[in-house]
Design a protein around this ligand. Structure first.
Ligand code: DGJ
Length: 700
């Protein structure tokens, strides 16, 4: 085993180790898989607690009081279950799982449990990820028996917190235009539930938890304190239950949503639940975020260590009113500003003049683009930029050729009204014929046109989620939809490996690890108002790295915020421009050009550096964060000041993350200090309300 990571085993007892973190479990005498430890790595294998049943001290059954990796309702009809099933029309419910075997690899552990009566196999697969303090777990259910089993809940696992603590759960919640809002709720007795039932991950939240201690002096901060965290790699319905049990144990249950869900597992069939990437940080939320950022940038992203080109996007400038002439005029100004990739948003395809028609008919509108897209693409490329296009594959307007030909391709219940949202229906992505159609039509679009970038949008949630021709339980749709989505997108990616894919869902409605594995970047939010965006971006950064966080400087509240401020906010991620450049004065264009040039100098740090959140925009009028190069040779500091009545009273920003022994100079000043001094003394920004600064630190 490589030092500091891997699996240690002793009989039927296993310890997963990654960096400073450890996670342990074992089989107790009766064959139940018991959770024993999650926290800071311990020196010796024998330090970890034994795998045994709880001591019986009440009228409850001991198994109700025993921390288990998977709970199934055995010996308890009342407890939360990881897995649930009905058999024989509901006369038999729940499972009784016992250990069967284990297979230990370098960084993987597969444990097989079995329900002997049903001959149902459950395989739990664990992994350790490098030195980052991260682990993975996944779960499969396989029906080796003869009877049909109806799965009614398949979570990925129970995550047991250390015994005897007071905890709070930190999570990201929100709504459209206000995504990734940071929340912290004490875990009192009972449950806190978060979920999505919308077929997308949802603006309402990310399937993610970060638990810290809720006791005086023990709460985690950015760089100190213990955090137990996890997130589901899934882009559809999910559910999280944070529970404090009667006997005072903390458990987080996380997985696919069981709302309106069922899955018929016939003899010989397997069902795979999505994996959870989880971990432990002894050094606060910052270390957790940096571990996720590394994982996403280096391992999960289809294009490791991606550095985004600067995008111009037409949406806010022209809405649906796109044509050759107007887009070329925008492209002209964008190119002169230093934009590298020009994206034509919604409005370009057959019959699309408003949001009432066209979705589904993915060929250029004959009136707007009589010669197809080639002349525009040529004009963009002649100006030295790449070309990108907006699509919304999962949708169809009733007023479209596609819907007229295939009205049965949308989610619907036979005989009931099909509710529209934004005048559109949602295609049944579970259907293979729908998937094949989408693969085909977009493959053609990408083959016939030299398109470098696709923004894949998704603008409504599911309503009548029926599937009249499905010969199994139609409640499988919630899972089959996402699997279909992954198939279509994955296939298009594979056929067009050079295309950069942007994930959009009315802003940040579907941002999760599943999408991080499919796409280079995500459109963070439709809300581009800078002060709001600071909050949204800080929430986003809890999990997702800056190189995936697309942000455009737009015209929203243009007269409230200086141009510099608007650009600086967007430069904290993958900078883009989204204003109507035809309205921008020469002076504004030249200021913008300066920001683009500046961004090109610092974007390697933003995209690839370690993020240190220094002062939260949620709590302070002056907020700040820094991206520090991996080798600590340089860093870039971002500071923003929103409205504060106490003009002039700026706080010192203490810069974490620099090498404490090395000397650093900061641009615009003669001061040279050690990293330790920058961390202790900090830097007092020279900004007033609605001003911002980006300052580069260099090791001397
Ligand atoms: C919603 C997206 O979030 C916007 O950026 C834009 O692409 C519109 N859809 C287009 O309809």
């Amino acid at each position: 085993m490589e030092d500091g990571m891997g699996i240690q085993a002793s009989g039927n007892y296993w310890v997963l180790e990654s960096g400073d973190a450890a996670y342990a479990m074992g089989v107790e005498a009766g064959g139940v898989l018991v959770h024993t430890y999650w926290g800071r790595k311990l020196p010796r294998l024998s330090d970890y607690p034994a795998a045994e049943r709880a001591k019986h001290f009440s009228a409850d059954h001991v198994l109700q009081l025993t921390a288990q990796e998977v709970t199934t309702g055995e010996a308890s009809a009342s407890d939360e279950r990881t897995l649930d099933a009905t058999i024989a029309g509901g006369h038999l419910r729940g499972l009784v799982l016992r250990f069967e075997s284990a297979e230990v690899g370098d960084n993987t552990l597969a444990i097989t449990l079995r329900d002997a009566d049903l001959n149902l196999r459950v395989v739990l697969t664990y992994g350790t990820l490098d030195q980052r303090g991260l682990f993975t777990r996944a779960l499969s259910v396989i029906n080796d028996g003869e009877r049909e089993v109806k799965l009614t809940r398949v979570f990925t696992g129970a995550f047991n917190l250390p015994v005897g603590g007071e905890f709070a759960i930190n999570h990201l919640s929100g709504r459209w235009g206000d995504e990734f809002r940071m929340n912290r709720d004490p875990m009192g007795f009972g449950t806190i539930q978060r979920d999505s039932r919308r077929v997308i991950t949802s603006h309402g939240g990310v399937p993610y938890f970060a638990v810290d201690r809720n006791e005086p002096g023990l709460a985690a901060s950015e760089e100190a304190g213990e955090v137990w965290f996890g997130t589901l790699q899934w882009s559809g319905n999910w559910r999280l239950i944070a529970e404090r049990t009667r006997d005072d144990r903390g458990i987080i249950h996380l997985g696919l949503n069981d709302h309106d869900f069922a899955w018929d597992l016939q003899s010989g069939e397997a069902f795979d639940a999505p994996r959870v990437v989880y971990g432990y940080s002894a050094n606060g939320f910052g270390a957790m975020s940096r571990a996720y950022h590394d994982l996403i940038r280096q391992d999960l992203s289809p294009r490791p260590n991606f550095v985004a080109p600067i995008v111009y996007n037409s949406w806010y400038a022209t809405l649906f009113d796109v044509d050759q002439e107007g887009q070329t005029a925008l492209a002209d100004k964008a190119a002169k500003m230093g934009v590298e990739l020009f994206v034509m948003d919604d409005g370009w395809f057959h019959g699309r003049n408003t949001d009432k028609a066209g979705l589904g008919d993915w060929w250029p509108d004959e009136v707007k683009f009589p010669k197809g897209l080639t002349p525009l693409i040529d004009a963009v490329k002649e100006r030295g930029m790449q070309f990108g296009l907006w699509i919304e594959p999962e949708m169809v307007n009733p007023d479209s050729d596609l819907y007229r030909a295939h009205p049965d391709w949308v989610l619907h219940y036979e005989g009931r009204e099909r509710s529209l949202m934004r005048n559109q229906s949602i295609l049944n992505m579970g259907r293979v014929d729908v998937q094949d159609y989408l693969i085909d039509i977009f493959d053609r679009l990408l083959t016939e046109n030299p398109i470098d970038f696709i923004k894949w949008d998704m603008n409504r949630s599911a309503s009548e989620a029926g599937w009249p021709t499905h010969e199994r339980d139609a409640r499988e749709i919630w899972v089959r939809y996402v699997e279909g989505l992954y198939r279509v997108w994955g296939e298009l990616r594979a056929r067009h490996p050079n295309v950069i894919w942007e994930n959009c869902c009315s802003g940040g409605g579907r941002v999760d690890l599943g999408m991080m594995a499919l796409t280079e970047q995500s459109w963070t939010s439709d809300n581009t108002v800078p002060a709001a965006r600071l909050l949204i971006q800080e929430g986003y950064s809890q999990l997702f790295p800056a190189n995936t966080m697309a942000g455009w400087a737009t015209d929203e509240e243009r007269h409230e915020y200086p141009l510099d401020f608007r650009f600086h906010v967007s430069m904290a991620g993958a900078l883009g421009v989204g204003g109507n450049l035809l309205d921008w004065s020469d002076e504004e264009c030249s200021v913008a050009a300066g920001h683009l040039a500046r961004f090109k100098e610092i974007r390697h740090l933003v995209a690839g550096g370690d993020l240190y959140r220094l002062r939260s925009a949620h709590h302070h009028a002056v907020s700040a964060f820094a991206y520090v190069a991996r080798d600590k040779a340089e860093a870039v500091l971002f500071v923003f000041r929103v409205h504060s009545a106490r003009l002039g009273a700026n706080p010192a920003i203490r810069i974490a993350g620099l090498d404490p022994e090395a000397l650093y100079a900061v641009e615009g000043s003669d001061v040279v200090r050690t990293g330790r001094a920058w961390a202790e003394i900090g830097l007092i920004p020279t900004i007033k309300n609605l001003q911002s600064q980006i300052l580069r630190f260099t090791r001397v």
